[in-house]
Each structure stands twice: as C-alpha cells, then as structure tokens.
Design a binder for this molecule. Structure first.
Ligand code: UDP
Length: 253
C-alpha cells in the first residue's frame, strides 16, 4: 500500500474501499483512540484558510478521499488516488464492521429525531449492531473560538461506553469536536465526522440517483434539491479547482 499523500493541501491515504475497511478494523483492535477523516474539496478549501483545521486532518489516523474532485486534484498534482470513499458509504462499512466485531456505536448530530431515526434504519440493515446512543447535535456550539461546554452531553456519551462515535456536526466543527472531546471519552476507539450522513440514513435527504453518482454529478443533484447550498457547492467545485490549478502553477502542493 502506498504511503499517505497530500492532495490539494490535505492528507489522503490512497486506499481502496477494501483496504480502508482493513485499516479501520485494525484501528478498532490496536488499543488506541483514533480519528477517521473523509477530506473532500470543501474541506480542502477550508483547510487552506484555517491551518488549525488542516492540522486536525493531518492528525487523522485514516484519511479517506471523499469526492471525485480530490481524484482530479491528485491527477493535476501528478499523483493517483485509487478510489473515492464517501463518508456515507464508509459509515455503512463501519456499521458492518461494528456488527461483526460486536462494537457499539454512538450517533451524534443532525436535527431533532434524525440520529434516532438513522439508528433505527441502521439496525434494520445490521440487526446485531449495538447502538450505544443517538442524539441530536443542535445544542453543540462553538462560540468565539471555544466550545460552549455541555458536560452532561459528554458524560452521557461516556456513560454509554461506545466503541465508535459518529459525529454529524458539519465539516470542520465535527472534526474539532472529536479532537477536543475524545480524551474525555475513554471507550471510543474510532471516531469519524460524517457530515450529512445521518440525514441520508434517516431518509431526510435523498442521495443522488446511482447514475448521477457514477457520472460524478452528485454536486449537481444537491444543487437541485438544496439550492441554498449554491455558495458551498461553488466552493467545492470552482473555488477548489482554481485553488489546485493555482498551486500547481506556483509549484505548491
Ligand atoms: N449539524 C449539527 N450541529 C451543528 C451543525 C450541523 O448537528 O452545530 C448537522 C446538520 O443538521 C447536518 C450535518 O450536521 O445534519 C451537516 O450536514 P452537511 O451535509 O452540511 O455536512 P458537511 O457537508 O458540512 O460535512
């Protein structure tokens, strides 16, 4: 397996889905506490503006390229990523691993009732999966460079003793929350930021049809169903590509 790459300024482990699963299984077993990140073009743009966020990504034990944009960037930069692995897809693989290894999972984030609904749907697919807890993330606030600490929330998660924590608090915020709170959650072996995955799992937001996904046009689908995302999609496509091309011209990676 090739070593870690830097693509568009963010770390990427160039792995196939199978290799990613093997790595995640190892992380669950090695006795350590780990962050899995799924850098995507929007995160690369944020990391370029926010070195603190880039550092968190660099500290991830497994960094999976989420999005075709990163594969294009790798090509432009003269490297190659074998596969893109979305947070939504890898969440399902982790759930399957958790079921096989009898690891419990805590779902944190999204709007009211979404995590609970997502948990229910996950257990329909993985009947032996143990859900340690599921709760919304609306009350988690990052204000003026600090968390508005909610000790009860951290205590609740710690008391549920999950092996895996999946945090859906939006990119940037979720990785930072994990970095800052993992030390207070001693049973968690693997934590991953999963963005909008709970919304997908709960059936609140529909993923793009298979054909659009195959054509790498998931961004177009999101633009159609969530037009208010225009600015974010613009960043993840045009701003991202411009950033990569500009850096290539300057000889920066
Ligand atoms: N969210 C949350 N708490 C917050 C901010 C966001 O629970 O303080 C949730 C939001 O409801 C949504 C998810 O985080 O379910 C972010 O989804 P999005 O698709 O925007 O993910 P991103 O692309 O930012 O990773």
């Amino acid at each position: 397996m090739q070593g870690r790459l830097t693509v568009a300024g963010v770390p990427v482990d160039p792995v196939t889905m199978k290799e990613a699963e093997t790595r995640a299984a190892g992380l669950l077993e090695d006795g350590g506490r780990h962050l899995i990140a799924t850098p995507n073009p929007e995160m690369a743009v944020l990391a370029a503006r926010d070195p603190g966020f880039r550092k968190i990504l660099e500290g991830a034990d497994l960094a999976l390229a989420d999005g075709f944009g990163l594969r294009i960037a790798a090509r432009i930069e003269g490297t190659r990523i074998p596969a893109t692995i979305t947070g939504a897809e890898f969440t399902l693989r982790l759930a399957r691993l958790a079921e096989q290894k009898d690891c419990s999972v805590y779902l944190l984030g999204a709007g009211r009732g979404v995590a609970e609904e997502a948990a229910k749907n996950l257990t329909l697919n993985f009947p032996k999966l143990r859900i340690a807890g599921a709760e919304q993330g609306g009350s988690i606030r990052w204000i003026a460079g600090a968390w508005e600490e909610d000790a009860a929330l951290v205590d609740r998660i710690a008391a549920a003793k999950p092996d895996i924590l999946l945090a859906a608090l939006g990119h940037g915020k979720q990785e930072r929350w994990i970095r800052d709170h993992l030390p207070k959650l001693p049973t968690v072996k693997v934590a991953m930021g999963i963005g909008g995955t709970l919304d997908f799992l709960a059936g609140r937001v529909w993923r793009a049809p298979y054909l659009l996904r195959k054509l790498h046009l998931e961004w177009l689908w999101r633009l159609i169903i969530e037009p208010w995302r225009f600015f974010r999609i613009f960043e993840a496509t045009f701003v991202f590509l411009w950033m990569v091309l500009k850096n290539r011209l300057k000889g920066v990676r």
